[in-house]
Write a protein that binds this ligand. Structure first.
Ligand SMILES: [Zn+2]
Length: 304
């Protein structure tokens, strides 16, 4: 009887200690030499998808990267919640594009810097005429990635070697994309594209396309009825067969124009955000760009 009692006590002590270990797992137990050690690694916040994806590809598991904009949200009019703002102040690095995309971030940047949060403005010196869509041009995306890399290494020089290796791999992928875009566009006779909003300006300029957009630099800049009528005339004159719209709901304006000129609507992803189903499918910037290239081939009547 006595033995059985002390056995029970032992069992109780054992189970309590197991319970304590389990509870402290998240906050206390630190395994040495774990590359993705959540305790000491940098906490990086990015504003929207391409910045998140490029940063993640550079840091791998050596830092925690969190994207502020939820999947499927229209990136041009996003603003962070007060809770997210507090999170940014708690982070080590904050990465945004520029005032043409995130005016709120530009306003916060100086104060963040004073409070010891390193700020990376990835579009600095790259954005022209208030057009934020530089990430779709792989040559400019390389410069964005370089700025992100510089900002991360300045804060975490210990991992600079692995970050450099990751950056090199990323740069190679951008070079490949640049080569493919160049090949497709230079060998196509059709040069006119009509987009829902003006997201392909940099790509058009670099590779020699003529972009006509239904709305302006953001989907919120809607055209006047007069501008819409001019668009219809333009598309008829140029024999436009396709309208490039974005994932999510097809815009009424795209549908109206397509109906008016007998064009087909094709979906291209400007990568300001991934849709929830794309996140689930494990898509990233490059896999989506591959699909975008297939759509472009069709629009430009590309033949290999
Ligand atoms: Zn856009």
């Amino acid at each position: 009887m006595k033995i059985a009692k002390s056995f029970l006590v032992l069992l109780l002590i054992l189970s309590i200690s197991v319970l304590t270990t389990a509870c402290s797992n998240n906050s206390q137990v630190v395994l040495p030499n774990q590359p993705n050690d959540q305790q000491n690694s940098l906490k990086i916040y990015t504003t929207f998808y391409p910045l998140y994806d490029f940063t993640k590809k550079i840091v791998g598991d050596n830092a925690q990267v969190e994207n502020l904009m939820p999947a499927g949200v229209e990136p041009h009019d996003f603003e962070p919640s007060p809770k997210q703002t507090a999170m940014i102040y708690d982070g080590d690095i904050f990465i945004f594009l520029g005032e043409s995309m995130e005016l709120w971030a530009k306003k916060m940047a100086g104060d963040l810097d004073k409070k010891g949060v390193a700020v990376v403005e990835a579009g600095k010196g790259l954005i022209e005429n208030n057009d934020p869509h530089i990430w779709l041009d792989p040559v400019m995306a390389k410069e964005m990635a370089q700025k992100i890399f510089d900002g991360v290494v300045a804060k975490d020089p210990e991992h600079s070697e692995v970050y450099q290796e990751n950056l090199n791999n990323l740069m190679q992928k951008f070079d490949e994309l640049d080569k493919n875009l160049n090949e497709i566009i230079s060998s196509s006779s059709e040069k006119n594209i009509v987009t829902s909003h003006s997201f392909l300006g940099y790509v058009a300029r670099r590779y020699g396309l003529e972009q006509t957009a239904i709305t302006g630099l953001s989907p919120q800049e809607e055209p006047s009825p007069k501008k819409m009528a001019e668009l219809v005339e333009f598309c008829k004159a140029k024999k436009i067969k396709y309208i490039l719209d974005e994932p999510g709901e097809v815009s009424k304006l795209s549908q109206t124009l397509a109906d008016e000129i007998g064009a087909e609507i094709l979906i291209i992803n400007p990568l300001g955000t991934l849709q929830p189903n794309e996140v689930k499918a494990g898509e990233d910037y490059f896999s989506v760009m591959e699909k975008n290239l297939e759509v472009l081939k069709r629009v430009l009547s590309y033949e290999q």
